[in-house]
Design a protein around this ligand. Structure first.
Ligand code: MTE
Ligand code: MO
Length: 425
């Protein structure tokens, strides 16, 4: 389904509003601004303020060259990744027999712009806004001198599982056709965002906090930014991260410094964080208006937002197998992992016969909140075709439904129990 007229009108109006704010800051009169608008030149373009983000552009037309050739720094070999252009999905079969965390070279990727190369020696993090008493800056060394925290947590894209909307609604969504590999768990090292904000002395009226990425140019529309309420920014586990699995945070994953908001949708965890704005007003960015919002008939707009603004990820499961797996007959161990954005997993039920019979899987330690749990079941396979299913329940009682959430325009948060086709020879 394409964007409705109403959605488009909403979006365009909002863009004009933001462009006007910027124009005013540049000293333009309202009269002149309306003239520019009326000229049809496109206010943003006329003001020299950059075009549409790559996410939108990428969907419009087939490129005549590989525009993503230099998008990432690390190699993204086909044995580890499914190629979605601006995103690289982890192949689940690669995790079989591996440890709890995902190694840096296997961790999935998603960018809206090419990876910016930032010199750690000159890198600065700025904290500013109308809700701090003073603006402060930190070099990487200064950040590293603050008491550090190390946490093992997932980062998961809100689009994870999107391809299954196509199965459920017989209609393909726009954008990357992710299966379930838009998630990874790593051991992150950094400093609590709270420690950094406290240095700037947060005022009592503070409301929203927005980390802003250094990629995509310094566009006033904050193309690589996503606000969160103050309490989430001050939470113990919201970090400014500079280490991943014991190494310096790699450029692809936001190095030298990224934000980590465990359990929340991927774009909350802003990579290459260059500044953090603390505001007394509600902040908006493209990722809580155009994207990062459930938009559709079942999600009433919450003005100024066009639908339900996303925060927490939900409960999902994946088998450590290729999508159409071919297995030998005989006894073997079938394995997978399940996760919950908000908590840890209490149980996983597995069916190896398309839902006819179910049995509980063995859960292995560790089983961390906002990360995942590894599990397995024994199976004696005889030749034939099978559909594997897994259904996880977290400690809050959230369980995976038979079908995913009601249709939403971008295809976010698919958590339904899906068939995993397997052929035994
Ligand atoms: N600055 C910036 N941060 C970003 C993005 C981006 O394009 N720019 N992509 C977001 C999205 S949509 C996801 S899913 C995660 C992906 O993190 P990863 O590439 O480290 O796996 O980063 C988020 N943070
Ligand atoms: Mo994402």
């Amino acid at each position: 389904m394409s964007e409705t007229d109403e959605q488009r009108a909403y979006r365009e109006e909002r863009t004009d509003e933001l462009v006007w704010e910027r124009a005013r800051a540049l000293g333009m009169s309202r009269k002149r601004f309306l003239e520019v608008l009326a000229s049809g030149a496109g206010a943003a373009a006329a003001l020299g303020l950059g075009g549409r983000p790559a996410v939108a552009q990428a969907q419009g037309h087939a490129p005549h060259f590989n525009q993503y050739a230099n998008w990432f720094v690390k190699p993204t070999p086909a044995e580890y990744f499914i190629d979605h252009g601006h995103a690289k999905e982890m192949r689940w079969e690669v995790m079989k027999g591996r440890g709890y965390t995902v190694a840096n070279d296997i961790f999935y990727l998603q960018n809206h712009f090419p990876v910016p190369r930032i010199d750690p020696k000159t890198y600065k993090l700025r904290v500013h806004g109308d809700a701090v008493e003073r603006e402060v800056e930190f070099s990487l060394d200064e950040l590293k001198k603050l008491p550090s925290v190390t946490l093992t947590r997932a980062v998961e894209c809100a689009e994870n599982g999107r391809v299954f909307y196509a199965v459920q609604y017989k209609k393909q969504m726009d954008g990357a056709q992710w299966r379930l590999g838009a998630i990874g768990v790593a051991e992150w090292t950094g400093v609590p965002m709270r420690a950094v904000l406290e240095r700037a002395r947060v005022k009592p009226g503070a409301r929203d906090v927005m980390p802003v990425g250094l990629d995509g140019g310094q566009d006033f529309r904050n193309l690589s930014a996503r606000p969160m309420p103050l309490d989430r920014a001050m939470a113990d586990d919201t970090l400014l991260v500079y280490g991943m699995n014991g190494q310096d945070l790699p450029p692809d994953h936001g190095g030298p410094v990224r934000t980590l908001v465990p359990g929340w949708i991927g774009p909350a965890s802003i990579k290459w964080t260059g500044r953090v704005e603390v505001s007394s007003k509600v902040l908006i960015s493209i990722f809580n208006t155009e994207y990062g919002v459930l938009i559709g008939p079942d999600y009433p707009p919450q003005p100024p937002f066009p639908g339900v603004v996303l925060s927490w990820q939900n409960v999902k499961s994946a088998f450590e197998l290729p999508m159409n797996a071919v297995l030998p007959s005989g006894s073997q161990v079938i394995s997978g992992r399940s996760w919950s954005g908000k908590s840890s997993i209490r149980k996983v039920d597995v069916s190896l016969d398309g839902g006819k019979t179910w049995k509980p899987a063995r859960l292995r330690e560790p089983n961390l909140e906002k990360a995942w749990v590894r599990w397995d079941v024994d199976w004696t396979a005889v030749p034939g075709n099978y559909a594997f299913r897994a259904r996880a329940t977290d400690t809050l009682g959230q369980t995976q439904p038979d079908k995913g959430p009601p249709y939403n325009f971008h295809g976010y948060l698919y958590d339904g129990v899906v068939d995993h086709p397997v052929w035994v020879f």
